[in-house]
Design a protein around this ligand. Structure first.
Ligand SMILES: C[S@@+](CC[C@H](N)C(=O)[O-])C[C@H]1O[C@@H](n2cnc3c(N)ncnc32)[C@H](O)[C@@H]1O
Length: 257
């Protein structure tokens, strides 16, 4: 009965949206509809602690539909959380697709970027301390957006110090379903990729939010770290999943038995 009621409500909702769509297209031009949509998004964003970006929502939906359909169970690990924008997107998508057992791990210095050194220093847009958001501020934003904090664990510190076997023993992560790498720099990405190997399973999605940083140069940033890591770990195969936004890319991991 409950299932039937849900189906009925969702088909009424769909018909309602189709009707609104039809009316809007009759009354307004394409450009006017875009303008109206952008105004509505601005109003929505002004009420939230983070900026809602439609194309990111689309990407998160695709990712979580895949996890749901392929029954890939596991946790969400994000390396570089800053003020929690992508972390909250992931939490919300997991709730939307009913992935109730997923736990959420937030790794960050909570002091912003480290000193920019070596090949990372060749492009001038990154600065030490950039994206500095305190852990308390990050948690406050999560709370404001109704994230269940009992499902969240923060791992505070520089990756080259915290991403150790000792940390692994203290965390209850079995496998990862999504690994979000959003730490911008080559030197930050290297320890992240070495740390995640034990958590991979067939179907884990690895997301690189800064794939096309450094002018998209494959010898810099996350692209370089990923290529070198795949070379060090020949048993790990990947195929490209979706590109998103201006700089993001993602991959599905394949591990044969
Ligand atoms: C671009 S921000 C992350 C943005 C975030 N995912 C969002 O959607 O709002 C990059 C983050 O990576 C963290 N980070 C970069 N390198 C790090 C390192 N070596 N150790 C710890 N944290 C690091 C910074 O503190 C910063 O919060």
């Amino acid at each position: 009965m409950k299932q039937l009621k849900l189906k009925f409500t969702s088909s009424i909702k769909k018909s309602f949206f189709r009707f609104i769509n039809y009316i809007l297209r009759k009354l307004f031009t394409h450009d006017e509809i875009i303008e109206l949509t952008n105004d509505l998004i601005d109003i929505y964003n002004s009420k939230r602690s983070f900026t809602w970006v439609p194309w990111n929502v689309d990407f998160y939906n695709k990712m979580f539909v895949l996890l749901k359909d392929a029954i890939i169970e596991g946790d969400y690990l994000e390396f570089g959380v800053a003020n929690g924008t992508s972390f909250i997107f992931a939490y919300q998508a997991a709730q939307k697709f009913n992935l109730k057992s997923m736990r959420f791990y937030a790794f960050d210095s909570f002091q912003g970027l480290p000193e920019i050194r070596n090949i990372d220093a060749e492009v001038k847009n990154f600065k030490e301390g950039m994206f500095n958001v305190a852990e308390s501020e990050f948690l406050k934003r999560l709370k404001k957006d109704n994230v269940d904090l009992s499902k969240v664990q923060t791992i505070h510190g520089w990756f080259n110090e915290t991403l150790t076997n000792e940390t692994k023993m203290n965390l209850l992560i079995k496998k990862a379903s999504v690994i979000m790498v959003d730490c911008d720099l080559y030197e930050s990405t290297v320890p992240v990729l070495d740390f995640i190997v034990d958590y991979l399973q067939d179907g884990t999605i690895i997301v690189f939010d800064d794939w096309f940083c450094f002018r998209g140069n494959p010898n810099r940033g996350e692209q370089r770290a990923f290529r070198e890591w795949l070379k060090r770990n020949p048993s790990i195969k990947v195929s490209e999943f979706h590109k998103y936004g201006a700089e993001g890319n993602s991959f599905i991991v394949h591990i044969d038995d």
